[in-house]
Design a protein around this ligand. Structure first.
Ligand code: IPE
Ligand code: IPE
Ligand code: MG
Length: 244
């Protein structure tokens, strides 16, 4: 999709987020179980993370399991909970090659100790890498994230470290899981749904939103490039006036 010269001319978003949606419908269309879609969906994280890293994106946040997804049938949840292990096994070498650093955003209270160990091991093994930061949002919910930040700040008020009038938006932001990442530029939702489903609500304040119909397992580098080309047509005003 990109021509050779495009990369120099295009403004590449520093931080892109993707809602990995449509795995079930993708599988259903192929008369396969939903879990097959999840399997292919996880594999596609590798393809798109490498593509993003080659394009010069600094951070890629992917929504892999929401705090609401626990309400799905037990079989499906059990399958999804095996994915961090799969992820570790299958992606280790490629991510090393591309110097990709992996971090996880989400609750640490509901996951099994086995999964917590995997998440910690991946985080530790990749923490010094200098390439793309792949932020995997797993048992993530934006409302929980903001609530947790508010609790941390409330504790500081309680211990007289700060007073309520000291609280700023920056302070809330500093206590989100994403505090180390660049500001979110572009949020992509494949699969045809046009909603955020509790993903990065705070961070999306001035992000450009891009919706496309393709299901996540079929989302390709070309689709990512199409989103970036569209992003380049947007006039980001941040509440100010159009540049002349
Ligand atoms: C996204 O695909 C993956 C997760 C939410 C874990 P879905 O499982 O939501 O697939 P659809 O939306 O039902 O097709
Ligand atoms: C959002 O997709 C969560 C993830 C992709 C992890 P869902 O399929 O759970 O969202 P809804 O139910 O369509 O809003
Ligand atoms: Mg869905």
């Amino acid at each position: 999709m990109f021509k050779n010269t495009d990369k120099e001319k295009l403004n590449i978003p520093q931080h892109i987020a993707i809602i990995l949606d449509g795995n079930g419908r993708w599988a259903k269309k192929r008369h396969m179980p939903r879990t097959y879609g999840h399997q292919r969906g996880v594999e596609n994280i590798k393809t798109i993370a490498i593509a993003a890293s080659e394009l010069g994106v600094k951070a890629l946040s992917v929504y892999a399991f929401s705090t609401e997804n626990w309400s799905r049938p037990k079989d499906e949840v059990d399958f999804l909970m095996k994915l961090p292990g799969e992820f570790e096994k299958k992606f280790k070498d490629d991510f090393k090659k591309y110097d990709i650093k992996v971090m996880f955003s989400g609750r640490k209270t509901h996951l099994s100790s086995q999964n917590l160990e995997i998440l910690e091991r991946i985080t530790n093994n990749t923490k010094d890498r200098k390439g793309l930061v792949l932020n995997i949002c797993f048992d993530y919910g934006s409302q929980t994230e903001i609530t947790e930040a508010v609790k941390i700040i409330a504790e500081k008020v309680k211990s007289n470290e700060i007073s309520p009038s000291d609280i700023t938006a920056q302070m809330v932001e500093d206590n989100l899981y994403t505090s180390e990442l660049p500001k979110l530029d572009l949020l992509i939702r494949p699969s045809g749904e046009v909603r955020l489903s509790n993903f990065l609500l705070w961070q999306a304040a001035y992000a450009e939103l891009y919706f496309c119909k393709v299901y996540w397992p079929a989302f390709s580098k070309k689709d990512l490039e199409a989103a970036i080309i569209d992003f380049n047509k947007r006039d980001r005003r941040f509440g100010g006036l159009k540049k002349r």
